[in-house]
Design a protein around this ligand. Structure first.
Ligand code: COA
Length: 301
């Protein structure tokens, strides 16, 4: 996919992506790097991290692997220090993408299981942001240093078997707003990106095994899943001058999936059904005087 952004839009900038060694985090890091940023990517598994750094370097991206866990404030502070030692004290972009999730019924989920996801997603986002703040304050970006928290849509309403991750992502969204409020005066913008179903991710494998078609039938936009690229482009937008006045918001990138509801009446029946209820059974045309076209059936849900 060709990027709509100029390839040097982040030239001279330093970015840190937690959970950047695989999945959506890797694609976010890759796109930030392909647009000029020098990158630190964090991950827990050294071998995965090494492979990711090698892949980035092969594409001409300047990247550094940062091994460790966002649950450790020492690790987070150490990553910021390592980037500072290599490329100077300022950090321009932080993407909090490290997360954990699995399916579990609430009655079977242990308290430690609940806490683990809260600690990675919610506490980890706070810990990393807090550790990065002194460096973010030193960014010379006129449009502001930027934190982007990767959230989700499962906490809008509720999602089956994900009480832990829903609670954690609600906390992340709240943190996005609180930090935007508190750190705006330091020219640090804080936003979120909430991906919907994204093809080829651990999320789909772990959270919706064997349910690809069912998931697609609940995505209003084209009935297609998103791509990792879609999430990366939104992160790039938030890091760009185009988002200079955007802070405290979480942008949903899900093809309108989270608000999906089953349709009770098919499109072609709507005009007739509506008029019949009002006691007027005459056919109703469109503005051009034509009968409403039949919709292409996509889902029986
Ligand atoms: N179902 C129920 N409970 C689970 C579980 C599952 N699938 N996986 C882990 N847990 C519980 C464990 O039983 C443990 O609780 P306990 O001590 O009461 O038994 C607790 O969660 C911690 O598990 P542990 O394996 O020690 O955690 P970890 O820190 O090594 O791993 C996870 C963190 C559990 C989130 C792991 O899935 C992970 O590393 N995920 C990263 C990748 C990921 O999930 N990305 C998001 C994809 S949507």
């Amino acid at each position: 996919m060709e990027s709509p952004f100029k390839s040097d839009i982040l030239k001279g900038r330093v970015a840190l992506v937690t959970g950047g060694s695989s999945g959506i985090g890797f694609e976010i890091a890759r796109q930030l790097g392909l647009h000029g940023a020098r990158l630190g990517i964090s991950g827990r598994r050294q071998d995965v991290l090494d492979a990711a750094v090698a892949a980035l370097k092969a594409e001409g991206v300047t990247a550094m692997g940062l091994q460790g866990d966002v649950r450790s404030s020492d690790a987070c502070e150490g990553w910021v220090a390592a980037l500072g030692a290599a490329w100077g004290p300022a950090l321009d972009v932080l993407v909090n993408c490290a997360a954990g999730n699995f399916l579990a019924t609430s009655e079977e989920l242990s308290v430690n299981g609940f806490k683990t996801v809260m600690e990675i997603d919610a506490v980890g986002t706070f810990t990393m942001s807090r550790a990065a703040f002194p460096a973010l304050k030193q960014s010379t970006c006129r449009h502001g240093a930027c934190i982007t928290n990767i959230s989700a849509t499962l906490q809008y309403g509720a999602t089956w078997w994900q009480a832990h991750a829903s609670a954690a992502k609600s906390a992340v969204d709240s943190l996005t707003r609180s930090l935007a409020l508190e750190w705006g005066e330091f020219n640090v913008r804080v936003n979120g990106v909430a991906p919907g179903p994204i093809d080829g991710t651990a999320g789909m494998t772990k959270l919706a095994p064997g349910a690809k078609e069912l998931v697609q039938s609940t995505i209003p936009l084209r009935g297609e899943m998103g791509r990792k690229w879609d999430i990366a482009m939104m992160c790039l937008f938030l890091a760009s001058p185009a988002a200079a006045f955007v802070s405290g918001d979480t942008l949903v990138v899900d093809g309108a999936n989270w608000m999906w509801k089953p349709r009770l009446v098919e499109r072609g029946q709507v005009s007739r059904a509506s008029r019949n209820v009002e006691g007027k059974s005459r056919a109703v045309g469109t503005a051009a005087g034509q009968a409403a076209p039949a919709a292409k059936p996509r889902s029986k849900l």
